[in-house]
Every structure is written in structure tokens, then in C-alpha cells.
Design a protein around this ligand. Structure first.
Ligand code: DGI
Ligand code: FE
Ligand code: FE
Ligand code: FE
Length: 186
């Protein structure tokens, strides 16, 4: 699928702000893919569609998680996590993208997982550092991402976990597992 067609599809799904974020993630993911040797076309498409489900009603996402036998523990944790696996599902059903690598990168772009591929990491980090992001610590992760994708991902995960702890929010176990797995890799 061409970039233009993909962007037209996703634009109809998202608010303007979210669409601008998506463009930023797309451009950043292409750059990171080139830098670290991931498939640029897959990175582009995964980035374009990564937040496909972000603006869907909570009820619809919950229904899909239950009906499609996605991990039930998602429902006990932050709703912010839901749009990632639900997005991968809807991109397949509604857009007709069946590439397993792309769908996986979308499904895990919020939590991560313990055996992340280069493509998964590119999309995760691009989502975190795209030019529109301003959270504390993002500049350090941008610097790390110039040289070392794993170091950037690890720092971004640390920031996210710390942020959740500070806000007294639950941390999804898979997010911790992702962090632990990366430490092992180092
Ligand atoms: O959809 P985006 O806003 O572009 O970014 P995202 O899909 O990475 O969502 C990140 C949000 O999810 C962020 O505000 C933190 C929240 N969140 C809640 N619980 C968890 C979590 N993020 C992770 N990684 N792990 C959690 O357990
Ligand atoms: Fe997201
Ligand atoms: Fe993210
Ligand atoms: Fe995003």
C-alpha cells in the first residue's frame, strides 16, 4: 500500500492532533528503520496505522478484546493499553493488512513484549520520540536513538514506568517484562 492511500485511510479514523502525531511517528520510524536496518516500508505502514484504534469508543474496544480472545488481563489495566492490540485487529479486518510483522508492531506499540523484533522497537521508539512529543526525558531518548535503539527503548520504558508509578497507576505486567527482557539483553 502506498503512503498516500494509507494516510487517507487513517486520517478518517483520527482527530487532527492524533493525525499530526501519526505523521511524526511515520517520519521518525522511516528514519530509524534506515539507521538501524529495519524494513523501511513495513516501518512506514506500521507507524501510519499504529494508533488506528485510538479514537474508538472504550465499549467497542472492550467488546473486541473479549470477543477475539485477547489477553483478558488487558481489561484489568489502563485503558490506554487497549488501542494497540485492538488496532492490530481492526487494521487487518477493516484495512486488509495481513503482514504479521506489521500487525505485531502495532499490537505491541504500547506495552512492548519480551521478544521485540527490530521493527517492533523502531515503532515503539518512534512513537515515543516523534517531534511532537514533549514529555520530560524525551530529549535524552532522542539522543540515545541516534546511536543505540535498545538503549533508547530501555530509557523510554523506564520513563514510562516511572511516570505511571508517580501517578499511582497500575503498570501492565508485560511492560515490566519488556523492561526486564531488555536489561537481560544489554
Ligand atoms: O497512543 P500514544 O499516546 O501515541 O502512545 P502509547 O500507545 O505508547 O500510549 C502510551 C500511554 O499508555 C501512556 O500515556 C502511558 C499509558 N500506559 C498505561 N499503562 C501502561 C501504559 N504504557 C505502558 N507502556 N505500560 C503500561 O502499563
Ligand atoms: Fe498508541
Ligand atoms: Fe508508546
Ligand atoms: Fe502513538
Amino acid at each position: 500500500m502506498e503512503q498516500k492511500e494509507a494516510l487517507e485511510i487513517v486520517r478518517k479514523q483520527l482527530h487532527d492532533k492524533r493525525y499530526v502525531h501519526t505523521i511524526g511517528v511515520m517520519e521518525t520510524a522511516i528514519q530509524l528503520a534506515r539507521r538501524f536496518g529495519a524494513d523501511e516500508k513495513k516501518a512506514e505502514l506500521a507507524a501510519i496505522f499504529h494508533d488506528y484504534a485510538k479514537c474508538r469508543p472504550i465499549r467497542e474496544m472492550q467488546e473486541i478484546i473479549e470477543r477475539e480472545n485477547m489477553p483478558k488481563d488487558l481489561l484489568d489495566h489502563n485503558k490506554e493499553l487497549w488501542h494497540a492490540p485492538v488496532g492490530a485487529y481492526l487494521v487487518q479486518e477493516e484495512v486488509g493488512i495481513y503482514d504479521k510483522d506489521i500487525l505485531q508492531a502495532i499490537a505491541y506499540h504500547t506495552s512492548g513484549h519480551t521478544e521485540m523484533t527490530l521493527l517492533d522497537k523502531v515503532v515503539w521508539v518512534a512513537d515515543y520520540i516523534e517531534p511532537g512529543r514533549q514529555f520530560p526525558g524525551v530529549e535524552q531518548v532522542r539522543e540515545l536513538a541516534k546511536q543505540d535503539l535498545d538503549a533508547a527503548l530501555l530509557q523510554a520504558l523506564k520513563n514510562t514506568i516511572t511516570y505511571l508509578l508517580q501517578k499511582n497507576q497500575r503498570v501492565y505486567p508485560l511492560t515490566f517484562h519488556t523492561y526486564n527482557a531488555l536489561l537481560k539483553e544489554e
